[in-house]
Design a protein. Sequence first.
Length: 443
Amino acid sequence: MNTWSYDDMLEWLDSHVSMEAIGITRVPRPTLDRIRQLCDIMGNPERAQPVIHITGTNGKGSTARMVTELLVARGLSVGTYSSPNLQRVNERISYCNEPISDEDFCSVMFEIASFERMLDFQLSRFELLTACAYKWFADRPVDVAVIEVGLGGLWDATNVAEADVAVITNISYDHVEILGPTLRDIATEKAGIIKNNSIVVVGEQCPELVEVFEAASASVGALQTMTYGKDFSCPAIEPVTGGLLLSLYTPWSTHEDLFLSLYGKHQGRNAVLAVTAVEAFFNAAYPADLLQKVFAKISFAGRCEVLGRNPLIVCDGAHNVAGMEALASLLRDYFADLSPKVLVTGMLEGRDPEAMLQKMRYGGVDKVVVVPAPSQRSIDVDILRNAAVASGFEAVLAESIVEGLQLGGALVGTGGMLVIAGSLYVVGAARSYMMLSTGNVVK
C-alpha cells in the first residue's frame, strides 16, 4: 500500500541520477540492461499495448501530440509519454491528454521503488519515469501507447518497447557529443527504434540519411518503410490567419485545403508525418471530416504559444540550430510587421549559441535579453551574451527569467514582440510566471 505523499515521491525520484540535469556526458554511456531487468520484474508492461514510437532531432513532441489527438478522436484510449516537461513532471505521462494524477503517480512509483530494491543497481530518473509510463499504461489499460524518445533512439530507455509504427521526424545536429559527430552517426542512433515488426515512417529528406533508415529497416526485417517525398508529402504549406493551409497525401489518402491551427511551416511536415503514422497503424485512410475537426482546434503548450498581448509575447521550444531556423521562418511569415522584436533566451550546455542566435537575425530580432536557464546545465550568461554580441545583437543580462521578461517588455514597448526561446526550461519557467501573474495564458 502506498504511503508516499507527492513530495515524498518527488524526493525519491530526484535522488536518482538525472542525465537531463547534469548532462549525459557526465554519466556512463546509456544501456537498456537496467530498464530491461526492471521491466522483466514488473511483468513486461512495455509489451501490453501496441506502440507508436517517435524519434528525430526536432518535431517529435509536436508529432506525438498530433498522433495522440488523431487516435483519441477515433475513440481509442491513448497513453502518451513525452519529455521534457514544461512545468510539472506529471505532464510527461498522460492518458487521452490528461496528465497522470498525483495519486496514481505516487502509487505506481511506490511499486517501482519496491521493484528497484530487488536489483543490485540504481536506475536513472529517466528510466524510472519511462518504467512508470509503461506500467501505468498497462494497468489502465490503454489501446495504444504513443512514446517520444528522450535522446537518440538505440540506447534510449523507451526503446525497451517494440515499435509497431516507428516514426523518424528529421535529422540535424544536436547532442553530437553522444550521438555524433556526423549526421549519419546521429541517424544511425535514431534508427535503433526500428524493429522487425515495425512499419517505418521517415520524415528526413536527405538521400544519404534516408539510406540509413532504409538499411536499418532491411537489416531487421521491418514490415514496410515509407519516406517523405516518395510515399507521403505535404507539397503545399501556406501561412494563413490563425495557422496553416495544407495539402497532403499519404499511401491511403489525399487532403486539399486542410486547415491546421498551428504556426510554422515545419508543423505542416509534422502533420503529414502524424497522419501517415496513424493511417499506418489502422492500415486505412483517416476520415477526412474528422481530420479537419482535429486539426482545426489543435494547440500545443510551448510551441509558438501566445502568453500575452500588448506587447505580443510568444514562447517557443526551439532549442537547437534547426529549431531556431524554423522559429525565424515563422516570425517572418506571421509577424514581419511587428517591431522591435526582442528575444529572451537561456540555453543549455552542448548547444551552439552563436549559430542559434544568428538564425534569429533572419527572423527580425533586434535585441537579446540573456537569462540563466533553470538547470544545472545552463550556459553561463556571459558566454551567451558574448555570443549574442558576436552575432550582431545588442544584448543585456538579467539575473532571472522574471527580470528578463520585465526587461524585454520595457525594450519592446507596445508595438513590438517579445519572443521566448532557446530552452524548454526557460519556456516552462516563463509560462509558469505568466500563468501566476495573469491567471492563465492568453488564448
